[in-house]
Design a protein around this ligand. Structure first.
Ligand code: CO
Length: 433
């Protein structure tokens, strides 16, 4: 795999996926093209199972798998777990407001947003919309405006001389994006704007808009950055980088062992939802796949305990301007290969046995590997790893590539790390030890 081609594909995937729902839709497209069968949770699944399939929940979460030739009770399942959502600004049910003759979006924050970088960006909106067609039938569709249609202007330094001295941002009053200048008797009617846009796109036709989930995003395309082009700058690297690489690994995997990717929505807001990592999505799918092969009551725990999940989410690379934010011996570098994340207090999942397996895998494939552990005096982040381990009893190891600016509207990662990660995850699916 040429890493340049992989990076091109990754950046294209991220740009076409401004929302978790678009990311899942794009992933489903690639899976269907590769011959994976689309299963619905509400259907009866074929009793003989299927060789390769995928299933979604609530549009934002996706599980895809290869059944493998080896019995599950014998070989278990190799899973890669990622998340599809990213922190950002979302539009409230009453979506607009007016101030000083300007029409603005009425927003709330989603997840742990780094607020400052949202100022002075050319913003667009995207999401999913449900409306009624001419016969009153409900119709749902994805929408992406693509063009820059909103902007959150900074306050001039002349009007806030303290602006460079640690100013706080009030997300309720100081972050509303400006969308238009209103004339006399003018109004900002988002439902009409959505209706016009959806009908102009032509995929579906609706008579009125009933509901939506919409978010704002930066229209600046992803880019290669650096004197030698060794970095990639983009929104949503956390965690669409891991999502896309895991998907590519599954597509490239052989069919001897059972392999699976689990892409969860709602990680950035704590994972407590029907489609989040603390919900029932993964356990329901595993129960059905395992019961298809062996209906004995003990089959589920036996398969689960024989399985292993790599929970893949980006890690904090040591920032050259803020190096003391890291422990001196745990300073992951961009383009330094996957990072094994560990935390004695179980904020990350792992343990010496799974770390040893992963290190051996890296050595075998010639991929460098790094270690991260938080400073003891800083609160440690977490991800879907410990949650999935606790919910299912499945062994999990937390890894991920290093990045800067996590949760910024534009993040920076290394351009060689996606290929390192792809090599590791593909090897993990094909040959564990
Ligand atoms: Co993340």
């Amino acid at each position: 795999m040429q890493y340049a081609a992989l990076v091109d594909d990754l950046l294209d995937f991220i740009q076409r996926s401004p929302t978790p729902w678009h990311a899942v839709d794009n992933a489903c497209g690639l899976l269907a093209k590769a011959g994976f069968a689309h299963l619905l949770e509400t259907d009866c699944w074929p009793s003989k199972g299927c060789e390769a399939g995928f299933v979604t929940r609530d549009d934002g979460s996706l599980i895809a798998f290869r059944a493998g030739r080896r019995p599950l009770l014998d070989g278990g399942i190799r899973l890669a777990g990622v998340h599809t959502d990213s922190p950002g600004l979302r539009i409230r049910p009453r979506p607009t407001r007016q101030s000083q003759g300007y029409g603005q979006f009425n927003i709330e924050t989603y997840g742990g947003v780094l607020l400052h970088p949202w100022y002075d960006r050319d913003l667009s909106i995207a999401g999913r919309v449900t409306g009624a067609d001419a016969n009153g039938e409900l119709v749902s569709t994805l929408v992406d405006f693509r063009d820059p249609i909103a902007f959150i202007p900074s306050l001039a330094i002349h009007l806030d001389r303290e602006a460079n001295k640690g100013r706080n941002i009030n997300p309720q009053s100081e972050l509303s994006p400006v969308a238009l200048r209103l004339g006399e008797g003018d109004s900002f009617d988002l439902e009409q704007v959505l209706l016009d846009r959806i009908n102009a796109d032509g995929d579906v036709s609706i008579a009125r808009v009933l509901s939506w989930d919409l978010l704002l995003y930066d229209t600046q395309p992803p880019a290669r950055v650096g004197l030698r082009g060794e970095f990639i700058a983009s929104a949503r690297l956390d965690n669409l980088l891991s999502t896309y690489v895991s998907l590519r690994a599954l597509l490239a995997a052989g069919d001897e062992h059972a392999s699976m990717i689990v892409c969860n929505d709602h990680e950035e807001v704590g994972s407590v939802s029907a489609s989040g990592a603390q919900g029932t999505f993964l356990s329901n799918v595993l129960e059905r796949l395992i019961a298809n092969e062996d209906s004995r009551a003990d089959a589920f725990p036996r398969v689960v305990r024989r399985s292993l999940m790599l929970s893949i989410d980006n890690a904090h690379g040591v920032h050259p301007n803020f190096a003391d934010k890291h422990d001196g011996e745990h300073r992951p570098l961009l383009n330094g290969g996957p990072v094994v994340k560990s935390n004695a207090n179980q904020r990350y999942a792992g343990g010496s046995a799974s770390v040893a397996l992963f290190r051996a895998l890296c050595e075998r494939t010639g991929v460098p590997c790094q270690f991260f552990a938080n400073r003891a005096d800083l609160a440690c982040g977490s991800t879907i790893g410990p949650l999935t381990a606790a919910e299912l009893g499945i062994p999990v190891l937390d890894i991920g590539v290093a990045q800067f600016g996590m949760h910024s509207i534009r993040e920076l990662a290394g351009g060689e790390d996606p290929a390192y990660l792809l090599t590791c995850v593909t090897e993990f699916f094909n040959r564990l030890a």
